[in-house]
Write a protein that binds this ligand. Structure first.
Ligand code: FE2
Length: 187
């Protein structure tokens, strides 16, 4: 798929520093790690919403309606029943404290689904025994579903700006359960 002007997801394997790029390679790697990866066309979003990280309720509704087909398709395949939009930036109150809280390895009792519509973010995920922890750097258009029970955490990149659609089966399923792992080297 062509996505001009946008960078697609990239993987960095922490133990070896190996990087994996290109949609097919990224998808194949994540498939093997049982992480769903898809790509939506970020150019569908109205220009005014592409670099906007302080969203009104109307902006959020417009993002959801722009990707309504993609959201319903993914939800139908995976059993997700509700969705919303989250925006984080330096304008977010207590962003640093929030990030500190995020940056702990944890699990959930349902998938963690994020479709990035603007900005960037990183999921750090515990892969299989052989692979260890890896980073998935996500850009606008990247869609990821970290499966239930898989240790991970999420953080922002240097620009500290992201907008993402979140999909849930039950919002209550998305409570973090701390995962203590002596093998984890830190954020
Ligand atoms: Fe999580």
């Amino acid at each position: 798929m062509k996505s001009e002007g946008y960078t697609m997801a990239e993987i960095r394997i922490r133990n070896t520093n190996e990087r994996i790029s290109g949609e097919d390679n990224v998808k194949a790697f994540l498939d093997k790690q049982e992480v769903l990866y898809e790509h939506w066309d970020p150019n569908k979003l109205p220009e005014a919403l592409r670099e906007n990280f302080q969203l009104s309720d109307e902006d959020k509704a417009q993002i959801l309606s722009t990707f309504d087909t993609e959201i319903r398709d993914l939800a139908g395949r995976r059993g997700y029943r509700t969705w919303d939009v989250i925006a984080l930036s330096e304008a977010t109150p207590n962003l640093e404290e929030l990030l500190k809280k995020f940056e702990q390895v944890h699990t959930h009792t349902e998938d963690e689904v994020r479709a990035i519509t603007a900005g960037k973010g990183i999921f750090i995920i515990k892969g299989d025994e052989e692979t260890g922890y890896f980073d998935v750097e996500l850009n606008a258009g990247d869609v990821i579903s970290v499966p239930e029970g898989k240790p991970h955490f999420f953080t922002l990149m240097e620009n500290k700006q992201i907008v993402a659609v979140r999909l849930f089966i039950e919002t209550e399923g998305w409570i973090a359960h701390k995962y203590d792992d002596p093998a984890f080297q830190g954020a």
